[in-house]
Design a protein around this ligand. Structure first.
Ligand code: BTN
Length: 261
């Protein structure tokens, strides 16, 4: 079996999923899940694909993928994990932490960090991205789209991607089993979601330990304006804290557009 292939029965057996669909090619697993969700009844549902032709990223960006990247969407009901809608911003951070903690043992000699809100970095380069969306047909569900550069070479990627991203294979020096990575991440994600409601989860402290932006000068675009300042990490409600020329500002949404040491 190839290091990139997925046995969907094995994935379902070893994880908390109620249903798994694995496609050879699709435009975007998130778009597919959003289109199909009204016809599905079993959740958590995983929709994965070997190839995405129109993978989407945050802020309307494209998600560049190639053979050997792991791309899937997880459709679940946050309320099943005790999460009300006002806690969804925290859930977005928690998903990033779970992916980072799930990937860390595979690239153990590299440092895994999190770029707010939920990009996963290894030694300063992005290895995984997350796009969380909702559907108008089933507003109680979220579609958690996850893209991980596992065995794909970034050599063929556009220059702007190659500069900022890398793959797990680049870090480890050899190929990894995509199925093993997927199962590990799903198990870590389930544990994180289940503990999220409890004060003992220690989730925010674990997130802060891996914060890529703390102490750096950053620019953030919150769709109203661009703000620059020194990053002071995250608050308990998940907001990003920025010390600007006009004092402390907090951001619940936005895109980090520049980072200086
Ligand atoms: C980002 O870093 O901007 C988020 C990238 C999210 C990519 C994943 S790949 C699977 C799922 N389907 C998509 O079209 N996007 C997400």
């Amino acid at each position: 079996m190839s290091m990139n292939s997925i046995d969907k029965e094995a994935v379902q057996r070893k994880t908390f999923l109620a249903a798994v669909e694995w496609l050879s090619e699709v435009d975007s697993t998130n778009s597919y899940a959003i289109r199909m969700v009204a016809e599905r009844e079993q959740f958590p549902l995983l929709v994965g694909a070997n190839i995405q032709t129109q993978g989407r990223g945050r802020g309307g960006n494209q998600w560049w993928g190639s053979d050997g990247s792991l791309t899937f969407s997880l459709v679940l009901k946050p309320l099943d994990y005790g999460m009300l809608q006002q806690q969804w911003p925290i859930m977005s951070l928690a998903v990033g932490l779970a992916i980072g903690e799930g990937l860390a043992p595979f690239v153990s000699h590299s440092s895994i960090q999190l770029k707010w809100p939920n990009d996963v970095y290894a030694d300063g380069k992005k290895i995984a991205g997350i796009l969380i969306e909702t559907t108008s047909t089933n507003p109680e569900l979220v579609v958690i789209g996850i893209g991980i550069n596992v065995n794909n070479s970034l050599a063929a990627a556009p220059m702007e991607v190659r500069d900022k991203a890398s793959s797990m294979k680049d870090h480890v020096g050899s190929s990894l089993s995509c199925e093993e990575v997927l199962i590990t991440i799903l198990q870590t994600l389930e544990q994180t979601l289940r503990r999220l409601g409890s004060a003992e989860s220690g989730f925010l402290d674990r997130w802060r330990e891996r914060c890529f932006l703390t102490g750096k000068q950053i620019g953030i675009d919150d769709s109203r304006c661009q703000t620059y300042g020194s990053c002071l990490g995250i608050d308990d409600d998940g907001a990003l804290r920025l010390m600007t020329a006009n004092g402390l500002q907090r951001f619940f949404a936005g895109t980090v557009t520049s980072i200086d040491e």
